[in-house]
Design a protein around this ligand. Structure first.
Ligand code: 0X9
Ligand code: ZN
Ligand code: ZN
Length: 305
């Protein structure tokens, strides 16, 4: 059965998207943005008070990398917090009155399933590569942002394989199409990974600073401070190339270059003691602290609409 304090399987998550939507019809709607390579649905939830005119929006995805199980757990937590605190928490109420939040709870569904059934440390998609017996592409090397120029591999057997072309992966194409089609409303792009306790922003494909560097850094530092205030978890903020490593083809850089100014990658707990195998006992504290950072960024975006 589904629980917010365990690592749910894809079938539990998919069933949960239906129950959370039907239990909160005035706040949540569900759409399928396309199918995965293996034919599963890519389910997107839209959270927000319905309005006559189109609302500005924040897009957040989880589960790019299969083994980073805390990431889909956070997206589920966020949706639950949104629906349970709307009407009582003034920041959440105001956010969902003024904006919509699109939440993709699992991007790499096929990989997530494979990490449950076959290989707990799987990272990539599950697409077949022509001329190789190695499977999968790194979806966070597969976007059209300096594609495959640095920190990515053209070897299909590598865990950072960039794919045969930008958006070769159907999952990347589905998300990129959705964001392109809603470019005029999407004001922020948040992508949730683990681990390392970092709050990253463009660029990763170059050491050059983004045009909005100082604002992105200021907001990241405010968000990190909010996160730390709950349990003392230390985060580092900065541009990806200098803070984690240079790597091209990321969705964050792609969204930023498309014009989505507030583009952030979270690397959630921990710093390596458990790494990807973060115990379920840490789901609740990790999600509660991360909520504060996401709400800080959302409030800044909302203030600057
Ligand atoms: O390498 C990645 O894709 C991310 N780290 S992870 O350990 N979760 O794989 C960092 C992404 C930072 N942004 C870009 N490289 N564009
Ligand atoms: Zn990742
Ligand atoms: Zn809470």
């Amino acid at each position: 059965a589904h629980s917010y304090t365990k690592y749910n399987t894809w079938s539990e998550i998919e069933a949960w998207t239906n129950t959370i939507t039907s239990s909160n019809p005035s706040l949540v709607s569900k759409q399928i943005i396309g199918n995965t390579y293996e034919g599963r649905s890519m389910v997107l939830l839209k959270i927000g008070k319905s309005s006559a005119s189109p609302k500005p929006a924040i897009f957040m995805d989880c589960g790019f990398h299969a083994r980073e199980w805390i990431s889909p757990a956070f997206c589920q937590w966020f949706v639950n917090e949104a629906v349970t605190t709307y009407g009582s928490d003034s920041a959440m109420t105001s956010l969902l009155n003024d904006m919509d939040v699109y939440v993709l709870p699992v991007f790499n569904v096929d990989g997530y399933v494979y990490s449950h059934t076959n290989d707990r440390m799987w990272r990539k998609t599950r697409s077949r590569n022509s001329g190789s017996s190695c499977v999968g592409t790194d979806p966070n090397r597969n976007f059209n942002a300096g594609w495959c120029t640095i920190g990515a591999s053209s070897n299909p057997c590598s865990d950072t394989f960039c794919g045969s072309t930008p958006e070769s992966e159907i999952e990347s194409k589905n998300v990129a199409n959705f964001i392109r089609n809603n470019k005029s409303t999407i004001k922020a792009y948040l992508t949730i990974h683990s681990y390392s306790q970092l709050l990253l922003f463009p660029y990763a494909y170059t050491f050059s600073l983004a045009a909005d560097h100082s604002e992105l850094l200021k907001v990241a530092e405010g968000a990190s401070a909010a996160l730390t205030s709950l349990y003392g978890t230390r985060y580092t903020s900065g541009p990806s190339a200098a803070t984690i490593y240079p790597a091209a083809g990321g969705s964050d850089d792609w969204a930023y270059d498309l014009g989505v100014k507030y583009s952030y990658t979270f690397e959630l707990r921990d710093t390596g003691y458990y790494g990807f195998l973060l115990p379920e006992s840490q789901i609740k504290p990790t999600c509660e602290e991360t909520m504060l950072a996401v709400k800080y960024i959302a409030a800044h975006v909302q203030k600057n609409l």
